[in-house]
Design a protein around this ligand. Structure first.
Ligand SMILES: C[S@@+](CC[C@H](N)C(=O)[O-])C[C@H]1O[C@@H](n2cnc3c(N)ncnc32)[C@H](O)[C@@H]1O
Length: 191
């Protein structure tokens, strides 16, 4: 189930991503989304991959290295709420694709899990970094402790976006415990 939302997120990102673009994976985890982004943007682009857990960043680094994609990727060790400071204020409104895959890292400590409050601060940071014509995807899980609260927090954040500047699409069931996907577009022409 989660797999299929990840695939959907990739499919939706493929619609906007081009070679040479800048991209961010805000929850690197096992590096699946980072690898996808790095393949799409190629060596003329750049991908930042952020995670709180050293084990996640190490798995991501090894995965990129083995795939020959490491050269145009940079790891950020820390909280994604600090993405603006870590990626750089000179990058505001320049990032074409930003991916969030919330929840906990499979095959790891399930106690380390994304939290509604920091997730919303990170989404705010991401919205400042996103370029006109750029896209943000958020895969949201509700089946774990804290999942429903985080899901509501994400809904609340989406509701703050001005529809004149942002397009928001929700895929999946509104009720229940199943994962769902948000696709958020900053309106305007990409450079
Ligand atoms: C579901 S996993 C991501 C899966 C990943 N996209 C992949 O393809 O393998 C969620 C990740 O978010 C990370 N995480 C949790 N809180 C975070 C935070 N505040 N800042 C950055 N990463 C965080 C966890 O350590 C975990 O690795």
């Amino acid at each position: 189930m989660a797999e299929s939302w990840t695939r959907q997120a990739h499919a939706r990102m493929t619609e906007v991503l081009r070679e040479g673009d800048l991209a961010i994976d805000a929850t690197a985890g096992n590096g699946g989304d980072t690898e996808f982004l790095a393949r799409r943007v190629g060596p003329t682009g750049k991908v930042w991959a952020c995670d709180l857990q050293p084990v996640a960043l190490e798995r991501t680094r090894v995965r990129l290295d083995e795939a020959g994609l490491w050269g145009w990727c940079e790891l950020i060790a820390g909280c994604h709420s600090e993405l603006v400071e870590r990626v750089g204020r000179d990058r505001l409104q320049t990032i074409r694709a930003i991916m969030f895959n919330l929840g906990y890292l499979p095959r790891s400590d399930h106690a380390v899990v994304t939290q509604g409050e920091t997730t919303c601060r990170a989404l705010e940071a991401a919205s400042r970094l996103l370029a006109p014509g750029g896209r943000l995807t958020i895969v949201v899980y509700r089946g774990h402790v804290g999942g429903p609260a985080e899901s509501s927090a994400v809904e609340g954040w989406l509701a703050t976006l001005d529809p004149r500047d942002w397009g928001v699409e929700r895929l999946g069931l509104i009720e229940g415990e199943a994962p769902w996907l948000a696709v958020v577009d900053r309106r305007g022409e990409g450079g």
